[in-house]
Design a protein. Structure first.
Length: 714
């Protein structure tokens, strides 16, 4: 370690930032009485090689503690310790013996807190003396890494910022996408591994990859045991953030300090170079520190009463609207600024294109946990000038009972639309009286989004996501099979709206398999021709299975991983999805920027949308059951596109019997051509553009049971 000279430093910006002759460190602690910074030479060191106790006279400005250490360079390793009152009943948990991670740390060393974890690391509520024990070894505690963000050649890259209206989102787990040996990647389970699979993503046709959390978390925090194998389970999904600014080190092929930052930037740069956006799933609703029995990692040790929502009468306990032990105090001004700084960093320095906010309703809770009509942090995210073109997508509910789908504050926010998921699942399962609800979802959910001025694309439509069944399992299982999660199959939702079509799980019965494949195509096609922003779950296009596990958060193995062998086995489904995505992107009639009015605005004298029953007349929505049909006018005045599109007639038969459909008369000088029919064997199920099949019978169409067809009018 070079000789270190101490200077007063500057209070802003927060974190560890290269200065003219060293590194400037800045951290917030309002109620702490003393701050110590420890410098380490190696990731596995037990003790620091240099420590400095901040002088509150020269190293403190307001609530910010700061120092500049001349002689340090990027790559330096550091931790903090903070002294102050240890008074949990009043919300304070300071302890100078606890090493703390910088909340603004941009990288951590690759080590698990839970390796060789001492038995007393988790703090019993009734034994405060345990908190005041002697200082623990730093050997198994990750160190913060000083990063120089100017030391990367972006080669002119900028965020792509596609319009939501034109986006097709693909939700994926970064490690799980290439971790399987079947991926045949040089760098499996890493940022570089994703780069290797860019050609696949381009061929599929999606525009945006939404990654499950890649901010630092500890996959070894799960103590459950797989009862079948006896192996300890993992936190695979990562919804337990330790460091919000830091990309996960174990997702990098280069495990050296700071290697993950370089690799993440390389991944984003190459994704953008190939026209693919990167959206991050981010978890501001809670942190990995858990409840009063949890770990002290960072926020709790710097200022517990500021960063968390605590119980009123006894602040020893945490209000738990996240279901994970604690709730981040998002609307406290300090925490609010932290969230904005974090989002800006990922956009400005890491070039990401957007964020999906996990349990976003917590962003709308005040210091007492009450929902605020106009929450400051929600408004600030939407109005922040740096984030103005960035996608912001809310999971508009939380574990505390808030449900805000269609009512999430702010006109710029898009939302995961679980109403679409539930009602489209049930419609295609054949449940009764769902035709009207399905029609509302297919046309963009105006009942949810039109009232406050939002548009169809603010509805992020999905039928499956990481949480729940894969699409394959939705049509293969009547119930969940989570026995390998070590919780006696009690975890995961029991409300799946699934159906196995005659046999639970995989089967060699060709008839059942044909129905399952057809239903998968029906559901995916419905998703991709619906107004709104479609989101596909990674692997649904090749029938990825989790063997009936609908809560695979702990399965860092073949249960969760993308099985690349399925690409050959289910090539017909993959080809169908590629064509469907391309079809959507080529035809603006399926991604309108405004809601339908049922009126004509063009010289074609056709309403923007017209609904039909089997008899060709306006359907009676009170009695409509399993059949839906609608015609879309493709005139540019209707679609708001630059050129006219074709007209389209879409038919859905979710019933168990074939039906004969009376077709509407095509527009003047046009005829109906068959584009898609999911009852037809591949490759005839989806005909390529300019190869559509002219219908011999222009007046009727026989639509088999459990099938969907699209006719093109041209």
């Amino acid at each position: 370690m070079n000789h270190i000279t101490v200077h007063p430093g500057r209070p802003l910006p927060y974190g560890a930032n290269p200065a003219r002759s060293g590194i400037n460190f800045s951290v917030f602690s309002r109620n702490g009485t003393s701050v110590i910074i420890d410098i380490f030479e190696n990731p596995g060191d037990s003790e620091p090689c240099f420590s400095y106790t901040f002088d509150p006279v020269v190293n403190r400005t307001g609530d910010i503690w700061h120092v500049c250490l001349e002689g340090l360079q990027p790559g330096a390793l550091y931790l903090y310790r903070v002294d102050g009152a240890f008074d949990p009943k009043h919300g304070h948990r300071f302890n100078p013996n606890h090493y703390l991670l910088d909340p603004y740390a941009k990288a951590l060393t690759d080590v698990s807190i839970f390796n060789n974890l001492p038995a007393d690391f988790r703090t019993p509520v009734d034994k405060m003396d345990v908190e005041l024990e002697k200082r623990r070894s730093a050997r198994n505690f990750p160190k913060c890494v000083v990063i120089d963000d100017t030391d990367f050649d972006w080669q002119g890259d900028r965020p792509l910022n596609y319009q939501l209206q034109k986006s097709v989102v693909y939700e994926a787990h970064l490690k799980g996408f290439t971790a399987s040996p079947s991926s045949h990647t040089k760098y499996p389970g890493t940022y570089k591994g994703l780069i290797e699979k860019i050609p696949y993503l381009k061929e599929l046709g999606i525009t945006s990859v939404e990654l499950l959390p890649i901010q630092e978390f500890d996959e070894n925090e799960n103590a459950n045991i797989n009862p079948r194998t006896g192996e300890r389970l993992k936190n695979h999904w990562g919804y337990s953030t330790i460091a919000f600014f830091a990309p996960k080190a174990s997702f990098a092929s280069d495990r050296s300090p700071g290697g993950a930052v370089r690799e993440f930037k390389e991944m984003v740069r190459e994704m953008h170079r190939n026209g693919l956006e990167v959206i991050l799933d981010i978890v501001f609703n809670h942190t990995a520190e858990g409840n009063e029995k949890g770990l002290t990692l960072n926020f709790r040790g710097f200022d517990n009463s500021v960063y968390y929502i605590l119980e009123d009468k006894n602040k020893q306990y945490y209000k738990n609207f996240s279901g994970c032990g604690n709730t981040f105090n998002c609307n406290h001004p300090v925490v609010r600024s932290f969230i904005i700084d974090c989002l800006r960093y990922w956009v400005m320095e890491m070039h990401v294109d957007g964020f999906r906010f996990d349990l976003a309703s917590i962003l709308g809770r005040d210091k007492n946990g009450n929902l605020i009509k106009e929450a400051p942090v929600i408004e600030r995210i939407a109005e922040d000038p740096v984030l103005r073109k960035t996608k912001i997508i809310a999971e508009a509910w939380d574990a505390g009972g808030a449900y805000q789908v269609g009512n999430f504050p702010g006109k710029r926010w898009a939302e995961w639309n679980d109403r679409f998921r539930d009602e489209i699942r049930r419609f295609w399962r054949g449940d009764g009286s769902l035709a009207g609800a399905a029609a509302t979802r297919i046309t963009g959910s105006a009942d949810l989004y039109e009232g406050d001025g939002r548009k169809p694309y603010h509805s992020v439509n999905f039928v499956t996501c990481h949480d729940g069944f894969t699409l394959n399992d939705l049509v293969c299982y009547n119930g969940k099979h989570n026995e390998e999660n070590g919780e006696n199959n009690r975890d995961g939702s029991d409300n799946n709206s699934s159906f196995n079509y005659g046999y639970e799980g995989p089967t060699r019965n060709k008839l059942i398999e044909e129905i399952r494949t057809r239903q998968i195509k029906n559901i995916l096609l419905t998703l991709l021709v619906s107004q709104g922003t479609p989101m596909l779950l990674c692997g649904d296009e090749i029938r990825r299975t989790q063997r009936g596990n609908n809560n695979a958060y702990c399965q860092d193995n073949e249960i969760s991983w993308f099985n690349w062998n399925n690409l050959a086995v289910y090539r017909d489904v993959y080809n169908f999805v590629c064509k469907a995505i391309r079809f959507r992107r080529n035809h603006p009639a399926f991604s309108r920027p405004v809601f339908f009015e049922g009126k004509s605005h063009s010289s074609a004298n056709l309403p923007d949308i017209t609904w039909f029953g089997l008899d060709g007349k306006t359907p009676d929505w009170k009695t409509a059951e399993h059949f839906l049909a609608f015609r879309l006018c493709g005139a540019k005045t209707e679609t708001r596109a630059d050129t006219d599109d074709h007209d389209f007639f879409v038919m859905c038969n979710a019933g168990t019997t074939d039906v004969t459909v009376r077709l509407p008369v095509p527009a003047k000088n046009k005829k109906w051509y068959r584009q898609v029919d999911t009852s037809v064997a591949a490759p005839g199920d989806f005909l390529e553009e300019q190869q559509e099949e002219l219908l011999e019978m222009q007046k009727t169409y026989v639509l088999p049971a459990r099938s969907m067809a699209i006719l093109t009018g041209k």
